[in-house]
Design a protein around this ligand. Structure first.
Ligand SMILES: C[S@@+](CC[C@H](N)C(=O)[O-])C[C@H]1O[C@@H](n2cnc3c(N)ncnc32)[C@H](O)[C@@H]1O
Length: 376
């Protein structure tokens, strides 16, 4: 499989670095495809029968399953390897970025003179504790660390690393989530003609770009709390010829006027914010939407409907991948959150995402995505 698409902001990996990335990708594939099912066998044949003999009932929830599985050598080995592969993945991404960083910073500075889109940074925006307290999904430095003037390292590490993280399943531009969700928007709301679109928690804008193609008459905006991500995102969008207005802002409370947008989207954003923040973000979406406007959020699937074992398996990231808000997303009651934010119950749609026919789609652990949509 080829590496990520090489645009002018993508760090350039040499032969040995690419070989290392391919090794880690294959190791991760082996752990998921070949070894992870062994955990379930250990559960069904050893841990669960032991529990039933002692308690005269099966384990009730993912927490009871977890307690059992932590004592199983098969799971201990898999979990340790899984965590190690995660650290190896990001280490492999850091090397080319460290070497190319001065060049990438220069390119991003030059890119700012171009006129297609805009970049508005605001040093008053403080990254919230739920992303600043830990290096989320083990990415070194997390989303918001700035080590040098005009830093773009976090953006470059993310863009390069995500390709290998997902085994290439997001496509060479890492944009399949935006492609897929823009199709869902069209299917759900065929009459919607958005004048302004906002992507919240945009990171490096990979999911934002497809909206420029899907809605060519709309103005496309995107926000994130992290300046190094946004500098990279802006330069990347310019390099790929997309007009996007990037702004450093907290999605819990932005400066945009009431009713400014007709469409608000997010992609795998909500599982990285706290439960309180989700409530505030949905209220802010409601405020920002014009009457008739819609918000559509795509994220990891919910625990609802999973067996205790499946929910335990889908919760690995909470404990071992620095994803402190992962379980809050999977435990969400989307209808309650959206009505609490002011959306009327009849305009809310919650669906498990259909797998795209052809093209690329990445499955989160637990399988596929959930889509939460609401109309004002
Ligand atoms: C998993 S990433 C989202 C990925 C991205 N949407 C994509 O499709 O590639 C989560 C992003 O949300 C940003 N973020 C977290 N909390 C935020 C907030 N309250 N307001 C705006 N951005 C936030 C983080 O900085 C990070 O870039």
């Amino acid at each position: 499989m080829a590496g990520p698409f090489e645009h002018t902001m993508m760090p350039h990996a040499d032969h040995d670095e690419l070989a290392r990335c391919e090794f880690v990708r294959d190791l991760k594939g082996h752990l998921t495809r070949d070894l992870r099912p062994g955990n379930q066998l250990a559960y069904e044949r050893l841990a669960a029968p032991r529990f039933r003999r002692a308690n005269k009932r099966p384990p009730r929830d993912r927490h009871e399953v977890r307690k059992l599985m932590l004592a199983e050598p098969v799971y201990q080995t898999w979990a340790a390897l899984q965590r190690t592969s995660q650290e190896m993945l990001w280490d492999a991404a850091v090397d080319p970025v460290e070497r190319d960083l001065p060049v990438l910073i220069d390119r991003a500075r030059v890119g700012r003179g171009r006129k297609k889109g805009t970049l508005t940074l605001d040093s008053r925006v403080v990254p919230p504790r739920y992303i600043a307290a830990a290096d989320v999904h083990c990415m070194p430095g997390g989303y918001a660390t700035e080590r040098t003037e005009d830093d773009v390292a976090a953006g470059a590490i993310f863009d390069f690393g995500v390709h290998w993280y997902t085994g290439g399943k997001l496509g060479p531009y890492n944009d399949s989530m935006g492609q897929q969700l823009s199709v869902v928007v069209r299917q759900f709301y065929p009459k919607l003609k958005p004048r302004r679109i906002l992507d919240i928690g945009c990171t490096v804008g990979t999911s934002t770009l497809p909206y420029c193609r899907a809605f060519p008459d709309a103005e496309v905006h995107a926000i994130d709390v992290s300046a190094p991500l946004l500098r990279y995102a802006h330069a990347r969008a310019e390099a790929l010829g997309a007009a996007i207005h990037f702004r450093q802002a907290n999605a819990e409370a932005t400066d945009y006027p009431d009713g400014h947008f007709d469409l608000i989207v997010s992609h795998i954003f909500l599982h990285e914010v706290s439960r309180k923040a989700v409530t505030r973000i949905m209220k802010e979406c409601h405020r920002l939407l014009a009457p008739g406007g819609v918000c559509v959020h795509q994220d990891i699937t919910l625990f609802a409907g999973m067996t205790p074992y499946e929910a335990f398996d889908a919760d690995w990231d909470t404990y071992a991948n620095n994803e402190p808000c992962w379980a809050q997303m999977r435990s969400l009651d989307p209808k309650a959150v959206m009505t609490g934010a002011g959306f009327s119950a009849k305009g809310i749609r919650v669906t498990a995402a259909s797998r795209a026919k052809g093209g690329y789609i990445a499955a989160s652990s637990g399988g596929g995505w959930v889509t939460i949509a609401a109309q004002k």
